[in-house]
Design a protein. Structure first.
Length: 283
């Protein structure tokens, strides 16, 4: 095993970042992450009291993968400074400024997560994702973890098989079609909005799905989770009426290139009751 002691750039809390981080490919116990790596084998990570994050992986590629998955090097200090007095985010930033979205080891897994999460309850979506991964990828020796799915893995399965595993036929067909027609990992190297434009050309993928892929698969903060149900509920509470999904783009517009990260903070703040709401909405 190769060891690395990394001091994160900017404010960073591994425990906060790992909250609800367990899935078919990784587990979190007492603040320690154990995860299957796309590069092979399993990696571990934990944070010391002095802020340094300890990483363990079978190879240098595995250490680099852990750094990406944990977003250790992606300093969001500018986001914290710019929106410290934001009426919606201010209190959340004061309390949990070290939160960064946990990422998937492969873009394919982020796409699977996005497709599973369309129009259904989050807990059910995660259950389907776990079922698909456990059915299609090998289990790591000596663990209950499964390897993160590659694009080729998801492209080989049929929509009918995915339906048997719990994913709707149309969503399964979209997932398979994208995995067969795109080299998803190459999206990480595309400049500007090229990745979003390419994904949005695919039937069955909309702004919310692209936002998930950007945040969790590409490690980018510039695409918000437009039409996320939690944001719909938040904006509805703020406006005193039920809003349509597309209207959440207006909620995220002030955050510009930080719209994706703002989505995560807004959802957490709303769930924790840290967003000041009109008295009628709060009641």
């Amino acid at each position: 095993m190769i060891s690395a002691a990394v001091r994160p750039r900017g404010p960073y809390s591994l425990r906060t970042t790992l909250r609800h981080g367990s899935d078919a490919t990784r587990s979190v116990i007492d603040g320690v992450l154990v995860t299957a790596l796309a590069s092979g084998g399993a990696g571990r990570a934990w944070q010391q009291a002095d802020g340094v994050v300890q990483l363990r992986a079978p190879s240098e590629a595995g250490v680099d993968e852990l750094r990406f998955v944990l977003a250790i090097d992606d300093d969001h200090s500018e986001f914290v400074r710019r929106f410290a007095r934001d009426p919606l985010l201010g209190e959340m930033l004061r309390r949990e400024r070290g939160l960064r979205p946990l990422r998937t080891a492969t873009v394919a897994q982020a796409l699977l997560r996005a497709v599973c999460g369309q129009l259904i309850q989050a807990s059910r979506a995660r259950q389907i994702e776990r079922t698909v991964i456990r059915s299609l990828t090998p289990q790591l020796t000596g663990t209950k973890l499964h390897a993160p799915p590659a694009c080729e893995t998801l492209g080989r399965v049929s929509p009918a098989e995915l339906r048997r595993l719990g994913l709707g036929m149309r969503r399964g067909a979209s997932l398979v079609r994208v995995c067969r027609s795109l080299e998803l990992e190459r999206l990480r190297s595309l400049p500007g909005d090229a990745s979003a434009e390419r994904l949005l050309r695919e039937r069955g993928l909309g702004p919310w799905s692209v936002g998930v892929v950007f945040l969790e698969g590409l490690g980018r903060y510039d695409r918000g989770l437009v039409a996320d149900l939690g944001l719909v509920k938040l904006l509805s509470a703020l406006r005193g009426r039920w809003v349509e999904g597309w209207e959440t783009a207006e909620l995220l517009e002030p955050y510009g290139e930080w719209a994706g990260l703002a989505s995560v903070y807004l959802l957490q703040a709303f769930a924790k009751g840290l967003v000041p709401l009109p008295k009628t909405a709060a009641a």
